[in-house]
Design a protein around this ligand. Structure first.
Ligand SMILES: C[S@@+](CC[C@H](N)C(=O)[O-])C[C@H]1O[C@@H](n2cnc3c(N)ncnc32)[C@H](O)[C@@H]1O
Length: 228
């Protein structure tokens, strides 16, 4: 075992309880994997990014046909990696680019899933496209989802659902799951986030109705993954 890994283990041994209390865990990862992985160390959520890299590799290896999408793009911080890890595939970017819609937040409050009061309006399509390594392959879909997706019919190998609220997430699953290729993945952010209880509810309800399963992962937002 290398010095750095020993350092990581010693850090956990000495400060593990304090770190865990602050939601930090120092861990080895993919120690026995020899292929080279491209990881941006500036992204704040290693587990989420590593999971994306791993599934993109599986999809590439199986030579699956289809495009990719994110619903809930905001400033494009995660979407830029979807664009990077799926070269040559169209990336649909679904967002109002003006924050939550009252139709969704009214229901969110009524059901007491969340306050729905976070402000995501300080973004723009131009700003998002500037973040993308391959903007030519991006298809912005600006507007209220699912209305904004009315004319879109495509096949998907990867979808990130990161709209926080019950209604767009549930509708997102209804829209994308039938269009997901066998072997494809849907990441749903905030499944284990107690500040956005509607995310878990949307996944649980959809999976129960469809008789399908999900995998919770320990990334920052507590995502769940659905695979076909
Ligand atoms: C948490 S942010 C997305 C964060 C982003 N994925 C990232 O990694 O930085 C949630 C986004 O979902 C969008 N959103 C929520 N409900 C929506 C709806 N019904 N239609 C379109 N966009 C929606 C909001 O506008 C907001 O930009």
């Amino acid at each position: 075992m290398g010095l750095i890994r020993i350092f990581g283990k010693a850090t956990n041994f000495l400060f593990g309880k304090l770190l865990l209390k602050n939601h930090v865990f120092v861990s080895d990862s993919l120690v026995y994997l020899q292929r080279e992985r491209v990881m941006d160390l500036n992204y704040f959520d290693y587990v989420r990014l590593a999971a994306l890299e791993l599934v993109s590799y599986e999809i590439m290896k199986k030579d699956l046909r289809g495009n990719v999408a994110e619903l809930g793009v905001y400033k494009g911080k995660f979407a830029r990696y979807i664009n990077q890890y799926f070269p040559g595939r169209k990336l649909y970017l679904f967002d109002t680019f003006a924050g939550f819609d009252k139709r969704d937040t009214d229901l969110e409050k009524r059901k007491q899933f969340s306050g729905g009061d976070q402000d995501f309006s300080d973004t723009s399509l131009e700003l998002v496209l500037k973040q993308m390594p391959d903007p030519e392959n991006c298809i912005p879909v600006k507007g209220f989802f699912p209305e904004s997706a009315r004319d879109i019919d495509d096949r998907f190998v990867f979808v990130s659902l990161d709209a926080d609220l019950f209604e767009p997430l549930y509708k997102g699953l209804q829209f994308f799951y039938p269009k997901l290729a066998a072997g494809g993945y849907i990441f749903i952010h905030d499944f284990n986030n107690d500040a956005y209880k509607g995310a878990r509810k949307a996944v649980e309800q959809f999976c129960q109705e469809q008789n399908i399963s999900y995998l919770p992962i320990p990334d920052l937002g507590g995502s769940a993954i659905i695979m076909k």
